[in-house]
Design a protein around this ligand. Structure first.
Ligand SMILES: [Zn+2]
Ligand SMILES: [Zn+2]
Length: 210
């Protein structure tokens, strides 16, 4: 497995290109903006882009869905509860930033515990609502792509429509902190971390009981 990180757009969203080198197949997680840079990086990896996977439906995570899908034919995957955000600028909040993001609709609707096969890599879907209703974490080997659920020393906002602080903390504690300390975390914004570091140091996690 090969991983390339691009930080894209005004909100500095982490966009991840995940490659199964043997199969020469790639998936992009959260192509939020800057389609040209993403497509260039994908070409440099010499892998065919099969999937666009959105950890949730906010504009800063789906902004380049349309251009990347058009250029590559990759299929768009998102959790059922966030799928309506894809082509609705009010729901994906892009209209409140003054531009309208409209993604093509989902090609595949994801549910908790689904797996997405990328060559020999198995990408597991973990439903982690709280930032949005349909937020997911993607697990590949010992790596978690946590979207806007869990950040290094932080957690996602819960004051946006569909957000819930209680649900977010519950998702983190019952769906993410169950993994071993060495499990890597690649979040939707900011630096990477590990489950162990967040368990010890994340100020939002220790104090709240669920
Ligand atoms: Zn978000
Ligand atoms: Zn975000």
């Amino acid at each position: 497995m090969k991983l390339k990180v691009l930080t894209v757009g005004d909100l500095e969203t982490n966009c991840y290109l995940l490659v199964d080198e043997a199969a020469r197949q790639a998936a992009v997680i959260d192509p939020g903006d800057e389609a040209d840079r993403i497509l260039k990086a994908q070409q440099d990896l010499h892998a065919k882009l099969i999937y666009i996977i959105n950890t949730h439906g906010h504009g800063d995570h789906i902004g380049a869905n349309s251009a990347v899908a058009q250029a590559t034919g990759a299929k768009i995957l998102i959790h059922r509860a966030d799928a309506p955000k894809l082509n609705n600028p009010y729901l994906n909040l892009s209209s409140s930033f003054g531009w309208e993001i409209i993604s093509p609709p989902a090609d595949r609707i994801l549910e908790d515990k689904d797996t997405i096969q990328l060559g020999k890599l198995e990408i597991e879907v973990i439903h982690t609502p709280g930032h949005t209703e349909g937020g997911i974490t993607l697990k590949v080997n010992q790596v978690l792509f946590t979207g806007d659920t869990l950040f290094a020393s932080g957690i996602g906002r819960t004051d946006l429509p569909g957000g819930s602080y209680q649900r977010l903390i519950s998702s983190i504690k019952t769906r993410l902190l169950i993994f071993p300390d060495e499990t890597a975390i690649y979040p939707g914004h900011g630096e990477s971390s590990t489950i162990g570091r967040e368990r010890r140091e994340n100020p939002f996690i220790g104090s709240v009981s669920v």
